[in-house]
Write a protein that binds this ligand. Structure first.
Ligand code: SAM
Ligand code: F3S
Length: 450
């Protein structure tokens, strides 16, 4: 009987990508296949996130729930990976003795050896080191799981924003060599992938070595190379840092039609005082100037951002500036969270001075505003015809397909399943709270065939 792996993933898209790689590595080495039913699994992996305190605490309460699962069948193994593992290391196994393996984002390729080691020794196997890019060299060839795929092009972050743990949990920025990225993308496209999202904590800081020449390739040039793959029809990237968004990347929105009309550009705050304390490396005016240039290059673009509410010493006037910036930038989506002090970060030495109820009030005002802007954006699409990659049957079934617009909005529409993997024209007929509804417009001559 084949061995079964049950995987729980928290956090960002990089973690989702890493989870697929964990499954691939264990599939190749030990014949593991993934299951959605924990009862038939003998290996449980938790891929964790430590960006906010709540996410971190969730891991320990989750582990408590798996104690009985482990005790029920001898030989069952529990592994914890990701950023909490990286930050806590040995402490995880001490605080949660049911844990057998602790591995970091950069050591997931060593999972097979860690598994063998804990089985042989019956002691926890721990490796949260940063062997840089070695991970990518040891991973099996990618397996497409649909018509879209993530490709991680860099690891870590060297920006050291004062509130953030990522540079400590994922290490400093390391870019994958250009040839490796192009090979992985080509393999995915050969398997039917039509849209690729390039991933990195600071994806636009990508500087991939090119062959032995000593030259480096930036994200704009990488997009340019990828756009030449005939089978690849849409390219996205996330997450970008505003200070790394240079002219060439902005020009790509004007010059490269395969680049999706969507950009997630975290600003965090609209107050220069707070941006300075966060060490973000740009001012409000510089950020807005970039937004204006992006809109000039791609007028229909969807822009979203990240906000931290209640950073130490944030006053009402700072928050007002954040709200003004939202209006001026015209975001139509955002991820926003209350500031959460993270151990080991410079901001953790500042007093977490904004009371929780004030944080909550500000967060609600911001989230209501963003929800309104998202509704306006979707409403404005009603009546337009969008190019949609048909990704999969819609959850509600009934002959409905689901895909995304270039502006990253899910849209459901009636269409035959054989269109999965194709770009089709869909007229937007209705804006719903979390998606759009549409009508497939078959190209002339295809309606009969459907
Ligand atoms: N590279 C991105 C950028 O340019 O900001 C951010 C990646 S970070 C892992 C994802 C988001 O988590 C940040 O944009 C920030 O809004 C949020 N975040 C990070 N640390 C946080 C903290 N201590 N409290 C609340 N939110 C936090
Ligand atoms: Fe974190 Fe700032 Fe990097 S938010 S991931 S240190 S850009």
């Amino acid at each position: 009987m084949s061995k079964k792996l049950y995987l729980i993933t928290y956090g960002c898209q990089m973690n989702e990508y890493d989870s697929t790689k964990m499954a691939d590595v264990l599939g190749k080495s030990h014949g593991y296949t993934r299951t959605q039913d924990p009862d038939e699994a003998d290996l449980l992996l938790l891929n964790t996130c430590s960006v906010r305190e709540k996410a971190q605490e969730k891991v320990f309460s989750e582990l408590g729930r798996w104690k009985d699962w482990k005790a029920a069948v001898p030989g069952r193994v529990i592994g914890v990976g990701g950023c909490v593992a990286s930050q806590e290391g040995q402490a995880i196994a001490s605080r949660a003795p049911m844990v057998d393996i602790v591995f970091g984002p950069q050591t997931l390729h060593r999972l097979p050896a860690l598994l063998d080691s804990t089985r042989a020794s019956r002691k926890p196997a721990i490796d949260v080191s940063f062997p840089e890019i070695e991970k990518f060299d040891r991973l099996p060839a990618p397996r497409a799981e649909g018509v879209t795929a993530f490709v991680s092009i860099m690891e870590g972050c060297s920006k050291y924003c004062t509130f953030c743990v990522v540079p400590y949990t994922r290490g400093t920025e390391v870019s994958r060599p250009l040839d490796d990225v192009l090979t992985e993308c080509a393999q995915l496209v050969d398997q039917g992938v039509r849209e690729i999202t390039l991933l990195g904590q600071n994806v636009n800081a990508y500087r991939g070595p090119m062959g032995q020449t000593g030259e480096v390739c930036d994200l704009a040039l990488l997009i340019n190379y990828l756009a030449r793959f005939p089978g690849l029809q849409r390219i996205r990237y996330t997450t970008s840092h505003p200070a790394e968004l240079g002219d060439a990347l902005i020009d790509a929105f004007a010059d490269e039609p395969k680049l999706a009309s969507y950009l997630h550009l975290p600003v965090q705050s609209g107050s220069d005082r707070i941006l300075g304390m966060m060490k973000r490396g740009y001012s409000r005016a510089e950020y807005l100037a970039k937004i204006r240039r992006i809109r000039a290059a791609r007028p229909d673009i969807s822009l979203s951002s990240d906000f931290i509410i209640g950073f130490p010493s944030e006053r009402d006037e700072d928050f007002v500036q954040t709200m003004d910036l939202i209006a001026e930038a015209g975001f139509d989506g955002a991820f926003s969270f209350n500031y959460s002090p993270r151990p080991g970060t410079p901001a953790d030495n500042l007093r977490d001075s904004v009371p929780l109820d004030v944080k909550q009030q500000r967060l609600k005002i911001l989230q209501d505003r963003i929800r309104g802007l998202d509704t306006d954006f979707k409403q404005a699409l009603v009546g337009s015809v969008q190019s949609v990659l048909v990704e999969k049957p819609a959850r509600k079934g009934q002959g409905q397909m689901a895909g995304r617009t270039s502006t990253n909005r899910w849209i459901n529409f009636e269409a035959p399943a054989h269109l999965i993997g194709q770009f089709v024209d869909v007229e937007v007929t209705e804006a719903l709270p979390n998606s759009l509804r549409g009508r497939w417009r078959p190209a002339t001559g295809t309606a009969a065939a459907a």
